[in-house]
Design a protein around this ligand. Structure first.
Ligand code: UDP
Ligand code: MG
Length: 338
C-alpha cells in the first residue's frame, strides 16, 4: 500500500483545525486505497494550535505534528515538513482550507501516471482583494522575465510531490527560502491541474504587505542576479545621455549665449542620479545580506517536540549517552589494573 503524506503548515490556526481535520478525514476515506499521514507543522503558534494537535495525535495515529521552536514563516515550516515526512507521495496544503483537500484525488491519479510534481493552479481567487490579485499577477510576470528557471505563474505550494522531489528539496537548506522557485529548479516531471480557490474557512490571514514584499524580494534575489547587473547598464545609458545633453548645451551656449537657466535641470539631474544610486545600493545590500545570512550556515529551524515515533527514538538514544558508558568501562578497566 502506497503512503501519502500531507504537510500542513499551521500558524495560529486553532479556529480552522476542526473543520480541516473533518475534511481530511472524509477525503482519506474516499481515497481509501492509500495509507495516509497528516503532518502538521506548528510554526510557533501563540494560540491553542499545539494543544489541539496533541489531542488529534492521541485520537488518531495518522495525525502527526512537529512543533517548531518559534515562528519561522511558512517557507521554513514546509522544509520542516519535508524533513519529517515518510510518504511515497507528499501533498502540501494550507491549513485554512483555501486549498480544497478533495483535489488530492486528481493529483494522486496524475502521480500514478508517472508525473513527479503535480501542481494545482487556482482558477479564481475568492475573497481576495483586487489589489492583491493584481500585484501578484504583476509580480509573477516580473519574476518570469528575470529568472532562468520557470516559476509557474499562479502555482502556489498546493501540489503533490513524488518522494524523489522531497529528497531533493530537503537538500536545499538555505534559510532565506523561496520554495516556489525551488520546485522549478529541482526539475522532475511536472503536471499542471487547476482548482477553485476557496475563501479562508476561519481565522485571519497571516500575510502582511510587508511580508508579501519580502517574499517578492526573496523570489527575485534568490533566483536571479539580473537586479545586480541591470544598474550598470542603466548607469551607462544615463551617463551617455547626460554626455550628449552636455555637448548640446555647450554648443547652444557657444552659438546663442545663455540666460543662466540651468538650476532646475541641475537639481533634477542630481536627484535622479541620487535616487538611482540609492536603489542600486539597496540591491547590492539585498544580495550582501543574503550572503551574510547564508555564510552563518545556521540550521534553518529547531524543533521543540514532535509526535513522530522514530524521532522520539533517536532522542531517547541520545539520552543514553554512549560516551558515559565508555567512560564507566574505562574506569572499571583502570580499577582492575590497580
Ligand atoms: N503559515 C505558517 N507560518 C506563518 C504564516 C503562515 O505556517 O508564519 C501557514 C498558515 O497557517 C497557512 C498557510 O501558511 O496554513 C498560508 O497562510 P495564510 O492563509 O495566512 O496565507 P494566504 O492564504 O493569505 O496567502
Ligand atoms: Mg490562506
Amino acid at each position: 500500500m502506497k503512503k501519502i503524506s500531507v504537510i500542513i503548515p499551521a500558524y495560529n490556526e486553532e479556529e480552522v483545525l476542526p473543520q480541516l481535520v473533518e475534511r481530511l478525514n472524509t477525503v482519506s476515506e474516499t481515497i481509501s486505497q492509500y495509507e495516509f499521514e497528516f503532518l502538521f507543522v506548528n510554526d510557533g503558534s501563540s494560540d491553542r494550535t499545539l494543544e489541539l494537535l496533541r489531542e488529534l495525535n492521541q485520537q488518531d495515529q495518522r495525525m502527526q505534528y512537529v512543533d517548531l521552536s518559534r515562528n519561522y514563516g511558512k517557507e521554513t515550516a514546509m522544509l520542516a515538513g519535508f524533513d519529517h515526512v515518510t510518504g511515497d507521495g507528499v501533498v502540501i496544503i494550507d491549513a485554512d482550507l483555501q486549498h480544497p483537500p478533495e483535489v488530492m484525488q486528481e493529483m494522486i491519479s496524475w502521480w500514478e501516471q508517472g508525473y513527479e510534481d503535480v501542481y494545482a493552479v487556482r482558477k479564481k481567487r475568492e475573497g481576495e482583494t483586487f489589489l492583491k490579485v493584481l500585484t501578484s499577477k504583476l509580480y509573477y510576470k516580473l519574476v518570469q522575465k528575470m529568472t532562468p528557471e520557470k516559476v509557474f505563474p499562479q502555482a502556489g505550494d498546493f501540489r503533490l510531490l513524488d518522494k524523489k522531489c522531497v529528497v531533493a528539496l530537503r537538500q536545499l537548506r538555505e534559510s532565506e527560502r523561496y520554495t516556489k522557485g525551488m520546485y522549478g529548479w529541482i526539475g522532475f516531471k511536472k503536471k499542471e491541474i487547476s482548482y477553485y480557490a476557496e475563501e479562508r474557512a476561519a481565522g485571519v490571514t497571516k500575510w502582511k504587505w510587508s511580508k508579501l514584499f519580502k517574499l517578492a524580494m526573496d523570489g527575485v534575489t534568490s533566483y536571479s542576479t539580473v537586479p545586480l547587473k541591470i544598474w550598470s547598464y542603466i548607469g551607462f545609458i544615463i551617463s551617455f545621455l547626460a554626455f550628449i545633453f552636455l555637448a548640446v548645451e555647450i554648443t547652444k551656449t557657444l552659438l546663442f549665449g545663455t540666460n543662466a537657466a540651468g538650476y532646475p535641470t541641475l537639481l533634477a539631474a542630481i536627484l535622479f542620479l541620487g535616487g538611482i544610486q540609492l536603489i542600486s545600493l539597496g540591491v547590492i545590500g539585498e544580495y550582501l545580506g543574503r550572503v551574510f545570512v547564508e555564510t552563518k550556515g545556521r540550521p534553518p529551524y529547531f524543533t521543540r517536540e514532535s509526535s513522530i515515533e522514530n524521532e522520539q527514538k533517536t532522542t531517547d538514544e541520545i539520552e543514553v549517552t554512549p560516551t558515559d558508558k565508555s567512560v564507566d568501562e574505562k574506569n572499571e578497566k583502570d580499577e582492575s589494573l590497580l
